[in-house]
Design a protein around this ligand. Structure first.
Ligand code: ADE
Length: 238
């Protein structure tokens, strides 16, 4: 998968060299390029923001550097009018005003050939950038959750990790992807390892007994109990 990231803080993405995603990059499974938005400015101060039309607090990211950055990345890419033509890039702008990122979206994006992430800062990006990007590729505004970050970088790191680990070859044992939180709509069951007693806390005896049917039943029950208690919104209405 090709991933391009546009940001004024490329250092945030140094962490993509680490761990499983770092290995995936070395192995050529992930081809990540981080672009400094200021490289697409032409003034001495490399300005990327300006005051909002209509007044108000904060600054807005100017459209011109974004337009040039997107042109450089998208090149001659064909517009994706149908919203999903294979091989066409998907441009994602992290934003608290976007649709909420979920495991289902991570799985959908993991099938893409080319993702472009545009990290906004300040009060956001001039709205026309989204309109222009939409004329060149399919565009989504995506929120990590109902809270506000200082910019899109941390959200993009989270999305790339969630998407990247679903790409075949990134995680050594693909079975570990099956029984985790959100994959079957429930939270995952608790896990234990040796020793069986630790500081007075016991491992549930059923997990030590070797009865695989009983273990599966216990785990399912634990998933349901945890989901009911912590995230009842994930359960179907009764
Ligand atoms: N930028 C600022 N807040 C954000 C959020 N919650 N999700 C994605 N991008 C953001």
């Amino acid at each position: 998968m090709r991933i391009d990231i546009v940001t004024i803080f490329p250092e945030f993405f140094d962490a993509l060299d680490i761990s499983l995603l770092g290995r995936a990059r070395e192995d050529g499974i992930l081809d990540v390029t981080v672009h400094q938005l200021r490289d697409y400015t032409h003034d001495r101060h490399r300005t990327v923001d300006d005051k909002p039309y209509g007044g108000g607090a904060g600054m807005v990211m100017k459209p011109e550097p974004w337009g040039e950055a997107l042109d450089a990345i998208l090149g001659e890419a064909v517009p994706d009018v149908a919203g999903g033509v294979e091989g066409s890039p998907m441009v994602i702008f992290p934003s608290p005003a976007g649709e909420v990122f979920t495991q289902a979206m991570a799985r959908e994006l993991s099938g893409a050939e080319h993702l472009v992430f545009g990290c906004g800062r300040y009060e956001g990006i001039d709205q026309r950038v989204f309109e222009y990007a939409g004329s060149r590729a399919s565009v989504r505004l995506v929120s990590l959750g109902d809270y506000v970050l200082n910019g899109g970088e941390v959200a993009v790191m989270a999305m790339i990790e969630a998407v990247g680990r679903l790409i075949p070859g990134v995680i050594g044992n693909p079975e570990s992807l099956v029984e985790e939180s959100h994959e079957d709509g429930l939270l995952e069951y608790p896990s234990y390892t040796k020793p069986s007693t630790w500081r007075g806390h016991e491992v549930p005896p059923v997990l030590i007994g070797g009865n695989h049917g009983a273990i599966a039943t216990w785990r399912r029950e634990a998933q349901l109990e945890r989901t009911r208690r912590v995230r009842p919104d994930l359960l179907p209405p009764e």
